[in-house]
Design a protein around this ligand. Structure first.
Ligand SMILES: Nc1ncnc2c1ncn2[C@@H]1O[C@H](COP(=O)(O)OP(=O)(O)OP(=O)(O)O)[C@@H](O)[C@H]1O
Ligand SMILES: [Mg+2]
Length: 244
């Protein structure tokens, strides 16, 4: 049985259909790449799964249980963590406090402050950010903010991580580091990952399988090497990247 099974997922914003009949599955332990050009519906797919807003239609089964329509807090407590494409940490809290708060929220039970700080320290070390209690988020650059976003998601102790990375603005070394980190997270924690990214090159090295979206519809589901030689993917996706 798949850990996540999405069927017929559709989201309309007024008269505009952002995703239509999206279907894919994610096996436990897999790293799935969800890719596609700008505006193809990647973040919308995540937002529907994570309960940011309800889908217009479709089914989302997580570990065999229907979660479509659940609000974001309940999806998180069911075991799905997510990062946001645009990091928005609590600016009035330190880095550690941001992560400790996620640890507290993710537990959904009475846990001590000390335990939340311990979890925060652990995940900050994992993503390579300092757990200095005085360090604030102000000085963090794009790459560090993404690491913080990842740490906040990991602190909720997900079984499935939806990583909306969008590595735009990062240099090549930082992109490679982000890719390595997702691989390490799976290896060390056994977390299943869906990774959204539209720069195909960085992602292909790490993922087991890719689902390609174009204009809100799945146009490919298969191995990375097969995607790179698929005529439709090349046309809509690699074509646009090559042109860029
Ligand atoms: N809340 C919203 N209200 C109205 N339209 C939206 C909303 N969210 C997304 N859209 C539209 O839905 C389409 C898909 O957007 P989405 O953000 O899912 O794309 P994406 O694949 O994540 O793109 P990117 O690579 O730029 O992050 C776009 O046309 C976008 O403008
Ligand atoms: Mg997006």
């Amino acid at each position: 049985m798949a850990l996540l099974s999405v069927q017929g997922l559709t989201k309309r914003f007024g008269g505009f259909t952002a995703i239509k009949d999206v279907a894919f599955e994610v096996a436990e332990g897999e790293i799935l790449g969800l890719i596609g050009p700008n505006g193809s519906g990647k973040s919308t797919t995540f937002n529907c799964i994570a309960g940011m807003y309800p889908a217009t239609a479709g089914s989302i089964a997580f570990d065999g249980r229907e979660i479509a329509g659940l609000p974001a807090n309940r999806v998180c407590h069911a075991g799905i963590g997510r990062t946001y494409q645009i990091p928005r940490p609590f600016r009035n809290l330190s880095i550690v406090e941001n992560v400790a708060l996620s640890a507290w929220f993710g537990q959904n039970r009475d846990v001590s402050r000390a335990e939340c700080w311990r979890v925060a320290g652990e995940v900050l070390e994992m993503v390579g950010l300092p757990a200095d209690p005085k360090m604030r988020t102000d000085g963090l650059g794009a790459a560090a903010l993404k690491k913080l976003e990842l740490a906040r998601a990991l602190a909720t102790r997900p079984r499935l991580l939806l990583a909306d990375e969008s590595l735009n603005g990062l240099d090549h070394a930082e992109m490679d580091q982000a890719a390595d980190m997702l691989q390490m997270i799976r290896k060390q924690r056994g977390i299943t990952i869906v990774w959204v990214e539209h720069i195909m090159g960085v992602l292909m090295r790490v993922v087991d399988r890719v689902v390609v979206l174009d204009h809100g519809e799945v146009i490919f589901d298969g191995r990375p090497d097969a995607a790179q030689s698929d005529a439709r993917v090349v046309e809509v996706y690699l074509g646009s990247e090559a042109a860029a």
